[in-house]
Design a protein around this ligand. Sequence first.
Ligand SMILES: Cc1cc2nc3c(=O)[nH]c(=O)nc-3n(C[C@H](O)[C@H](O)[C@H](O)COP(=O)(O)OP(=O)(O)OC[C@H]3O[C@@H](n4cnc5c(N)ncnc54)[C@H](O)[C@@H]3O)c2cc1C
Length: 309
Amino acid sequence: MQTDTRYSIFSCMHNGTLQRLFPTAKFDEPLRRYTAWKIGGPADALLEPRSIEELVAALETARANGIPTTVLGGGTNVLVRDGGIRGLTIRLAKVLNNVEISENRVVADAGVLYPALANATAGRGLAGLEFATGIPGTVGGAVYMNAGAYGGETVDVLAWADIYRDGRVERMANAELDLSYRHSILHEHPDWTVLRAGYVLKPGDAEELKARIRKFRMQRMNGSPSKPSCGSTFKRPPGDFPGRVIEAAGLKGTRIGQIEVSPVHANYLVNHGGGAADDALKLIELVRETVREKLGIELEQEVRVVGEP
Ligand SMILES: Cc1cc2nc3c(=O)[nH]c(=O)nc-3n(C[C@H](O)[C@H](O)[C@H](O)COP(=O)(O)OP(=O)(O)OC[C@H]3O[C@@H](n4cnc5c(N)ncnc54)[C@H](O)[C@@H]3O)c2cc1C
């Protein structure tokens, strides 16, 4: 209750400025509507730019006025805390949607959904992005996370990414992005934004590639919980799988509030409806501590936590 009061006083002070600078944004917008986990407090201002030009203009305005900015793609790998996000939140999924394909080269805006890109490239007989069918986030989020599945990773096919950094746009090559298991250089630079990405793919047979995608989708449908989650909560510990170790620690079905260690796949913490970020964070900590105590294994979080407590 006290936190709510403090929040409303703070946002009254700032909303006038935000409304003047970003008139097309939504204000005090609940972010649970925009995250896969269906969790998250309000954004002071939420902007969904329709073009790269609009995105860059918003980033420049925020920078010039000292407004903190958080960029979300599809919200499929974030835990937005219950106090929400101060300043400007920019969401790119689906609105920044352009894809250009020329021979074996593909350029996709940061908001393009990865499964859609997998379909588009396979349909054109271009091989390499079939793994992306199982990853519900965006091109920008996939660069940030070096997203991967079924033995493929973004690093294998990405040629470059256009990054807005320090007030300018720079094309950074794959090798400069420091891509490794669920990591990129962007983790060390929270103010950098992926605008678009370029991929180099290999020629393939469209029907075979589409069949491969269908096979991956079937595997996913059979092994994943259906309730809202952020997918894998923890990264793979060396030589093991987080789902296996969490299950071995006896944690399947453990619940705090509306958040539960899924009985279907223990690395998924599912939201039974109306779940709070605070409960998700407590459950993450409980899982980490129990696995450490019982098995001596240190689990590292894959999900990114943003916003205020
Ligand atoms: C059911 C389910 C299954 C999943 N399966 C997989 C899987 O198989 N493999 C896998 O790797 N991941 C998986 N994920 C996790 C997630 O989809 C990926 O990490 C994805 O790459 C995140 O993309 P996003 O656009 O949703 O990013 P968000 O969740 O919106 O953001 C994640 C981080 O990236 C940053 N970010 C996003 N866009 C930009 C941008 N344009 N510029 C700068 N920073 C940006 C955000 O600030 C945040 O820190 C799964 C998630 C779910 C819910």
